[in-house]
Design a protein around this ligand. Structure first.
Ligand code: URA
Length: 466
């Protein structure tokens, strides 16, 4: 038996060094006991000495494994160290195993990594600072209860985002303190150590007011999106009664005006608001599709874009890359954009549904069409993207996108080639086919003529957005 003691539950570097040494000595996974700090371990185990020398030139640890391990190791599951070492040992023999998403061990570790990523995003989206005056200077203190060991992994994010503030983040396991120049760590704390009330992030309230759509208020859905345990810490929840009270007036013709005012109030902050929205979407559990998917694939592109393209849902490659339209349909789309003279980098590209829906078939994941409930659940995000980007023209690529944008079934053949009005004063929309339709056409002549028609539709949208 070998005993490995890591100094902290999130100590990836120590785990990696120990795993390298164990692998170099060909120690089987079942002969290793992993423990953290002074936890009780196997008293009869020999202590493993991490070896600095690598496993050997023949075995190059795949980057995808390291990315997976860095996240999975932050999970609370006590078996994570052993599971990762088992996978690492198997990878030495089974090249390509890391790509096998149907393998039970790969799947289990991907599941752990996914929970961790979601927790990281929740901390970014739901943590709220409160101001305290300390010796005449302002300090901002936040309380947060993560599900996993993610606090240190999130430190750089908060340092970057709130670089000029002096702040402390208190959590049950560890506390972080930033004095504007250096980050330090302290012991865990209790909720009562953090101040209550008067959160300072006015921008959040303004942001929330700007995206609030009274026509779509579903308190239960809002509660689901912001898990209840975070609600009490969030300033925008205090706004809800007031927003509901004014909903009637805003619904009767004032919605667009209210949103415009809120966007003006946000000033240069719509990029920040979009980033916050994206962070929240990363933890989305509004429908069941998040469970098997790798990650949320959110929209991409400048918030100042005048054209927004909406596809159906991410495919296999998009799910892995975390970006829309990067797989085969994305290649057709890029070629058509090029022929229509549209620079994709100046457009906002997103999907009606933000998680990949698929059916596993052996090692492959076969695309499955999202149903009406899934499209409806995801409208929450597309509505908010619409409100922040406010594109001059929105292009629905295919029937799912059109259904999501219009809230009802639209027939492509009938609506194609003309400007339409989106509900709730959402601006002008055009409907065209989905690029993957072009890939599915059986004969070459049809593919050429339909592609040309698609390019013509894109040119119409471009002219309308000019
Ligand atoms: N199909 C879509 O609708 N969206 C993507 O992002 C990829 C394929």
């Amino acid at each position: 038996m070998r005993l490995v003691t890591l100094s902290a539950p999130d100590d990836f570097d120590a785990w990696r060094d120990a795993a390298r040494g164990l692998l170099a000595d060909s120690v089987p996974a079942e002969d290793v006991v992993w423990q953290v700090g002074a936890e009780a371990g196997d008293l009869f185990a020999a202590v493993a000495t991490p070896r600095a020398d690598p496993v050997g030139p023949a075995f190059k640890v795949p980057r995808a494994f390291l990315d997976l391990a860095r996240n999975a190791i932050l999970h609370r599951d006590p078996e994570r160290f052993a599971l990762l070492y088992t996978l690492l040992a198997r990878l030495r023999r089974e090249t390509g195993l890391i790509e096998d998403h149907a393998d039970p061990l790969v799947r289990r570790l991907e599941g752990l990594a996914k929970h961790v990523r979601r927790d990281i995003h929740k901390m970014r989206a739901f943590l709220r600072f409160r101001e305290v005056i300390d010796d005449g200077t302002s300090r901002y203190v936040a309380w947060f209860e993560p599900d996993h060991h993610i606090v240190r992994a999130n430190a750089a994010f908060f340092v970057n985002r709130f670089a000029s503030m002096h702040w402390s983040i208190l959590t049950p396991e560890v506390s972080l303190h930033w004095d504007g120049a250096a980050l330090s760590e302290g012991p865990g704390a209790q909720k009562s150590d953090a101040p209550e009330g008067d959160p300072i992030e006015e921008v959040w309230k303004t942001y929330y007011a700007s995206i609030f759509n009274p026509a779509r208020v579903k308190v239960s859905a809002m509660l689901k999106e912001m898990p209840r345990k975070y609600w009490k810490n969030m300033p925008e929840t205090a706004l809800v009664p007031q927003l509901l009270a004014s909903a009637q007036a805003r619904e009767s013709g004032m919605i667009a005006k209210a949103r415009d005012e809120a966007r003006t109030d946000l000033g240069g902050n719509s990029q920040i608001a979009w980033e916050a929205l994206r962070e929240e979407a990363m933890g989305c559990t509004r429908c069941h599709l998040y469970k098997p998917a790798t990650q949320t694939v959110f929209g991409q592109g400048p918030v100042s874009a005048s054209i927004m393209f909406v596809g159906e849902q991410p495919g296999d490659q998009e799910d892995l890359a975390g970006q829309p339209f990067v797989g085969p349909a994305g290649q057709v789309f890029d070629r058509a954009l090029g022929e229509a003279g549209i620079d994709r980098g100046e457009t906002y590209v997103t999907n009606a549904v933000k998680h990949f829906k698929f059916e596993p078939r052996g090692r492959r994941r076969i695309h499955a069409k999202p149903d009406a409930g899934e499209i409806e659940a995801c409208r929450w995000w597309i509505d908010q993207e619409q409100m922040l980007v406010r594109p001059k023209v929105t292009v629905a690529l295919g029937a799912t996108a059109a259904r999501s944008l219009f809230g009802k079934v639209m027939t492509i053949g009938r609506e194609r080639g003309r400007a339409l009005k989106l509900p709730d004063d959402g601006g002008e929309a055009w409907i065209t086919v989905h690029p993957s339709y072009l890939l599915r056409l059986p004969d070459e002549a049809a593919r050429v003529s339909e592609f040309a028609r698609f390019v013509e539709d894109l040119k119409l949208a471009k002219a309308a957005a000019a």
